[in-house]
Design a protein around this ligand. Structure first.
Ligand code: EPU
Length: 435
C-alpha cells in the first residue's frame, strides 16, 4: 500500500463479531449433535483457517443467505488425514482448541504446529496440562501433537498459574462433555469467554461463573447445536478509536458497546479523546487541543487489554509529555515500536517493570515497558507489517504521518480486520493498493 498520510479519518464503519470469539464458537459447534448457526461472522482469514480445519474433520460449513451467517453441521465428524491437517500448520493458534471436542467425538486428535503472531514465546504448557488432567494422553511428535483418551475424559480440578484466555477455553470446551464436575480456578473472564459460555449454555451445558475467577462445569451426556449472534469485536473497535485520535479524525464505530470497553474508554478519556455512546455504536473523535500522556499497564480482563496497547501507542506519540506502557501479558509485544521510531517517534523500551507493579517479566531480560515522549511529528517510511495488531498500528502511523509511506505485507492485517481496505476508503484515507 502506498499511503499519503496526514488526512483525518472520518466517517462510519460497522463491526462484526469478535475474531477471538467467533473462531472458538466455530470449534464449539463440533460438540453439538445437531447443526449450529453463527451470526455476525467477519470475513477474516483466521475464520477461513478454522473453517478449513473443521471441513477436513467432516463438518459441513456453509454460508447462510444473509451476510456473516455461517451454518456448521457436525453430523458426520470423522478423523482427518495427516496431510489435510498439516496443510494448516503454522497458520493459527486455534487448532489447539480442537483437542477436547475431537477427543469427545473421535477418541483421538492430531494438532499441527501452531501459528499466530510472534509476540512472545506463546507456549501451550497450560493447555497440555489441562488436557492431561481430564485424562488425555499427550504424545509430542516432530510434526505436531497426537492425543488420545483411552479411558474417556473425566471432570477435574484445574488451577491455572495465570488466567490464560486459551487455556480457560480449553477447559470449557473439554469439561462440558466430560464425565462429572470440573472446577477451574484462576480462569480468564474476558467478555469473549463469557460469550463462549453463553453459546455452550445454549447447547445444553451447565456452567456457573463464581467470584474470584472460579468456573464450575457439570459435564452432560450430549449437546445440541446453537444459534448465536457473536459479541462485537472490541479489539477492532479500540483500533479504530486509536486511529481517530492519531489522525485528528472522527469515526463512528457501529456495533461497539460500552460495557465491554469500559476500561478502554477510561484511558481514552484520560488521553483527551472524545467519545459518545449511542445505541448502535460509539463515536470516537479528536476534540481538538493537546492530547495528554498516560501511564498504563496491560492486564487480563477487566484490565487494559494487551491488544489495545499497540494502536494506542501511536496516538500517544502525539500526546504532550511522557507516557508509560507496561506490557504484562506478552513478553515481546513492543517490536513494532522500532518502525514508529524510524518515523520520528521518541520511544524507549526497557526491561524493567515501569509505571506499575512488578510483573512476571521483570528481571527476565524482556523489553516490556515502553516510554513514549511526545508530541512527535511522524513522517512517512517504508514499512513491513510484522504482525496483526502491530501492523494495524503501522497503518495508523502511516495515515497520521506527513508524507508518503510504502507498507508491505498488509495481508497479515486481514487475519483480524474485516475489509479494512474498504473501511479505510469509507473513512477518506488517501492510499493506493498495489497488486
Ligand atoms: N501462556 C502460557 N502457557 C500456555 C498458555 C498461555 O505461558 O499454555 C501465557 C502466554 O504466553 C501469555 C499469557 O499466558 O504470556 C496469556 O496468553 P493467553 O493464553 O491468554 O492468550 P491466547 O489465548 O493465546 C488470546 C487472543 C490474543 C489476546 C490474548 C490475551 C485469540 C486467538 N487470541 O490469546 O489475541 O491477546 O488472548 O487477551 O483469542 C490478537 O487478537 O491479536 C491476539 C494476540
Amino acid at each position: 500500500m502506498t499511503i499519503n498520510g496526514g488526512r483525518p479519518l472520518s466517517g462510519r464503519i460497522e463491526l462484526k463479531g469478535a475474531k477471538n470469539l467467533v473462531t472458538k464458537a466455530m470449534v464449539a459447534a463440533l460438540l453439538g449433535e445437531t447443526p449450529s448457526v453463527l451470526r455476525d461472522v467477519p470475513a477474516i482469514s483466521d475464520v477461513g483457517v478454522v473453517r478449513g480445519l473443521l471441513e477436513v474433520h467432516g463438518v459441513k460449513v456453509s454460508d447462510g443467505d444473509a451476510e456473516g451467517v455461517l451454518h456448521l453441521d457436525p453430523s458426520n465428524v470423522e478423523s482427518a488425514n495427516f496431510v489435510d491437517i498439516d496443510a494448516h500448520a503454522g497458520s493459527s493458534r486455534i487448532p489447539i482448541l480442537f483437542c477436547g471436542p475431537l477427543l469427545h467425538r473421535l477418541g483421538e486428535a492430531f494438532i499441527p504446529d501452531l501459528g499466530g503472531c510472534r509476540i512472545g514465546d506463546r507456549p501451550i504448557d497450560y493447555h497440555l496440562e489441562v488436557l492431561r488432567n481430564f485424562g488425555a494422553v499427550v504424545e509430542k511428535l516432530p510434526s505436531g501433537i497426537r492425543m488420545s483418551a483411552p479411558n474417556g475424559l473425566h471432570g477435574a480440578k484445574v488451577a491455572l498459574p495465570y488466567p490464560s484466555v486459551g487455556a480457560t477455553e480449553q477447559v470449557l470446551l473439554t469439561a462440558v462433555r466430560a464425565d462429572g464436575i470440573t472446577e477451574l480456578r484462576g480462569a480468564a473472564i474476558e467478555p469473549e469467554i463469557m460469550d463462549l459460555i453463553n453459546i455452550l449454555q445454549k447447547m445444553g451445558a451447565i456452567i456457573s461463573v463464581d467470584t474470584d475467577r472460579v468456573i464450575r462445569i457439570e459435564g452432560v451426556d450430549a449437546l445440541s447445536g446453537y444459534d448465536h449472534r457473536a459479541l462485537f469485536d472490541r479489539n477492532e473497535a479500540a483500533s479504530w478509536a486509536a486511529a481517530a485520535l492519531a489522525t485528528n479524525g472522527d469515526i463512528f464505530v457501529g456495533g461497539a458497546r460500552q460495557p465491554e470497553m469500559l476500561t478502554f474508554l477510561n484511558v481514552y478519556r484520560k488521553v483527551g479523546g472524545g467519545f459518545e455512546i449511542h445505541d448502535d455504536g460509539i463515536r470516537f473523535f479528536h476534540p481538538g487541543g493537546e492530547l495528554n500522556p498516560v501511564i498504563i499497564e496491560t492486564d487480563v480482563h477487566p484490565g487494559f487489554m494487551t491488544d489495545w496497547q499497540q494502536p494506542l501507542v501511536v496516538a500517544l506519540t502525539k500526546a504532550t509529555g511522557v507516557s508509560i506502557v507496561h506490557e504484562t501479558v506478552y513478553e515481546q509485544r513492543f517490536g513494532f515500536v522500532d518502525t514508529l521510531v524510524e518515523m520520528g517517534a521518541t520511544i524507549q523500551v526497557h526491561k524493567e517493570c515501569l509505571g506499575g507493579q512488578a510483573c512476571r517479566f521483570g528481571q527476565r531480560n524482556f523489553k516490556h515497558s515502553a516510554v513514549i515522549s511526545g508530541p512527535s511529528r511522524l513522517h512517512g517510511a517504508d514499512i513491513v507489517v510484522p504482525d496483526l495488531r502491530g501492523g494495524f498500528s503501522h497503518l495508523i502511523a502511516a495515515l497520521s504521518a506527513e508524507g508518503v509511506s510504502h507498507v508491505s505485507n498488509v495481508g497479515i492485517i486481514s487475519r483480524g480486520y474485516e475489509n479494512f481496505i474498504n473501511k479505510l476508503e469509507q473513512l477518506g484515507a488517501d492510499f493506493v493498493l498495489e497488486a
